[in-house]
Write a protein that binds this ligand. Structure first.
Ligand SMILES: Nc1ncnc2c1ncn2[C@@H]1O[C@H](COP(=O)(O)OP(=O)(O)OP(=O)(O)O)[C@@H](O)[C@H]1O
Ligand SMILES: O=C(O)c1ccc[n+]([C@@H]2O[C@H](COP(=O)([O-])O)[C@@H](O)[C@H]2O)c1
Length: 199
């Protein structure tokens, strides 16, 4: 199959502990301002570089992403890493997805912070030469001067909300309502499952 006939799919990897409106706004913007037809949220059970003692069960994180994307048919969620060795190395996931989905052309979506520190990832050279990479800005990290800024890298000037899953977890632990910082339905799920309250 020739490349142009393939479905262009963006891959947005994260712990999503929990998914928040910063993730959704970014994915929304990239979907509208790139040539991607769809974005898959890949829930990472165990980020090789980020150990969090507050990490809730991966199935709960998957459920929250399912709730978040329910109204957008061009978004989907994928649990492939649940069935792969831990920690979750993106290179291994990318090749597994490529093999299983020959009808798709994958682009990995990363922040400029990750591109600047790409040498910390497993096999960065292989990722950057094999896959398309869409980079969005993170303040303080200049993608253009990164060692791994190559021809397969494209920059997208997405607006960012200055919030994180850490902020939400900490606030919930302090009994603050975070209803509007997470996608519709996710806050109710957090309360019902009693997540993050005892941190
Ligand atoms: N507010 C945001 N806007 C845009 N991208 C974000 C935002 N927060 C996180 N991301 C990006 O989304 C991806 C997945 O993020 P992750 O699930 O680790 O969320 P996080 O908010 O950074 O989590 P934590 O606070 O637990 O470290 C990461 O590559 C991260 O750079
Ligand atoms: O493959 C690696 O070596 C690797 C190292 C660090 C991060 N990642 C992936 O990048 C995703 C986003 O990471 P982060 O640290 O920006 O939240 C995370 O969910 C992992 O899938 C992957």
């Amino acid at each position: 199959m020739i490349n142009s006939a393939k479905i262009k799919t963006g891959l947005f990897f994260g712990s999503f502990n929990p998914v928040h409106i910063g993730h959704m706004a970014l994915a929304n913007y990239i979907l509208e301002y790139s040539d991607l037809s769809e974005i898959w949220f890949i829930v990472t059970p165990s980020n090789p570089l980020k150990k969090s003692k507050d990490l809730v069960d991966e199935n709960l994180r998957l459920e929250m992403v399912k709730i978040a994307i329910a109204d957008e048919p061009r978004f989907s969620v994928n649990d492939i890493e649940f069935f792969m060795p831990r920690p979750s190395y993106t290179i291994d996931t990318l090749f597994a997805l490529k093999e299983k989905n020959p009808e798709r052309q994958f682009s990995i979506i990363i922040g400029s912070d990750n591109l600047v520190h790409f040498e910390k990832w497993k096999n960065p050279e292989v990722i950057i030469t094999t896959f398309d990479v869409i980079v969005y800005p993170r303040p303080g990290f200049d993608a253009l001067s990164a060692k791994y800024f190559r021809e397969k890298v494209s920059l997208i000037d997405a607006p960012l909300l200055d919030i994180s899953s850490t902020l939400i977890r900490d606030a919930i632990a302090e009994k603050k309502s975070m209803r509007f910082l997470v996608p519709c339905g996710v806050y109710e799920f957090i309360l019902k499952q009693d997540l993050y309250s005892g941190l």
